[in-house]
Design a protein around this ligand. Structure first.
Ligand code: NPG
Length: 370
């Protein structure tokens, strides 16, 4: 099968409230939405990339250029018999995994519509609901943090992740732990510490956290392996795991006890499933990260999170936690028990609000086979 038409759109959608990590602060998303068409069937995908290269090396501009000049021309030339053909179509192009991922997701969605299968079923999902939590950005002070966490708990979320950085780590975590002694709580440093901070990071051990996520640099695995024996809390890798090979290296080096899988960071579902399976074989739990996706990327995240080894709650909150209005007409709502329901309709299950998508579009391009 050859794709007949590709459309990419840069979109801007404001968040309900700004999101701040140890490395950046954003007021909204600057993602790329992809649409593929073949013979009356449509597939949607999202590259949930940052406007600036502060999380990884890519940004919206680099993804746009890579998709326009390399990835879409390759995809249009490829005779696809399954979504598993996509990584091969992109194999010559090194790195740029976020740029690749949205196109791969759209091919999965397209095949789901053509074959009448849900994305979760295609990926090997086994759950009808996935456990989710909220990632709480850095706040202006501890009182505000406690209010924000309290609101999410009132909404029904049962797992909270706190963003931390030097000067905003031990005390905010202590305050949340003291107020909610039984809360499932974890922290995320987004690569801001160094191995010299090992003793400081070990101070987090007293708070009974599920995990400490990506304390050391984004491209490091070696020093994480040195950190692991110095803290009792499980170390989870995010930024450092960009492929199934990186996951294998980390497991062989004992650089982490848990892995956060974001399929967009890894270039798509094909390699993300390999990481899931590898971790399962090693009895290493995984959980699904988030990149504040619109309803399109959110639906495909929920599908992947339905695989069996996603055994910790994901950063996949209900759409209303991110946006007042989303580009889908069927947003996820939080179930009792802090879960989202896995769609069973063909593809990822998102119903795109094309009129609103047009409103939030900043730029768009269309491609057809030459
Ligand atoms: O709920 O989607 C969400 C946000 C989860 O904290 C979250 N994502 O470092 O994991 C992260 C962070 C992130 C956001 C990373 C945007 C990159 C871009």
């Amino acid at each position: 099968m050859h794709i007949e038409r590709v459309e990419i759109r840069r979109v801007y959608m404001p968040y309900v409230s700004p999101f701040e990590t140890s490395g950046w602060r954003e007021e909204g998303i600057h993602h790329i939405i992809i649409r593929l068409d073949v013979d009356g069937a449509t597939g949607w995908g999202e590259t949930p990339i940052g406007r600036n290269p502060f999380y990884n090396e890519e940004n919206t501009d680099t993804c746009w250029i890579l998709q326009r000049d390399y990835l879409i021309p390759s995809l249009l030339q490829t005779d696809l018999s399954s979504p598993y053909d996509v990584p091969g179509a992109f194999a010559k192009i090194r790195g740029n995994r976020m740029a690749k991922s949205g196109l791969e997701f759209a091919v999965w969605d397209l095949f789901g519509h053509i074959e009448g299968r849900s994305m979760a079923a295609m990926l090997g999902g086994t759950r009808s609901e996935v456990a989710v939590g909220v990632s709480v950005g850095i706040q202006k002070d501890i009182d505000t943090l406690l209010d924000v966490v309290g609101e999410y708990l009132d909404d029904g979320y049962r797992r909270i992740k706190l963003k931390i950085k030097p000067g905003w780590d031990i005390e905010p975590t202590r305050a949340v732990r003291e107020k909610w002694p039984d809360l499932a709580l974890q922290v995320d440093a987004n690569s801001i510490y160094t191995l010299g901070d090992a003793e400081h990071l070990a101070e987090l051990d007293e708070f009974n956290l599920l995990l400490i996520e990506q304390p050391l640099p984004h491209d490091d695995i070696f020093d994480h392996a040195k950190l692991v024996p110095q803290v009792n809390t499980p170390i989870c890798l995010d930024e450092s795991i960009v492929s199934s090979d990186h996951a294998r290296w980390a497991l062989e080096m004992n650089a982490c006890g848990i892995i956060n899988i974001k399929p967009s960071r890894i270039g798509g579902f094909v390699d993300a499933i390999r990481i899931h399976d590898l971790c399962q074989a090693h009895n290493v739990p995984v959980w699904h990260g988030g990149m504040l996706e619109s309803g399109i990327g959110r639906a495909s995240n929920v599908a992947l999170a339905s695989l069996p080894n996603f055994s910790l709650p994901g950063d996949i909150s209900a759409n209303s936690r991110y946006f007042h209005r989303d580009i889908v007409t069927n947003p996820f709502t939080l179930n009792e028990g802090s879960t989202l329901t896995v769609p069973t309709t063909p593809g990822c299950g998102a119903i795109v609000d094309e009129a609103y998508l047009e409103e939030v579009t900043v730029d768009k391009l269309e491609f057809r086979p030459q």
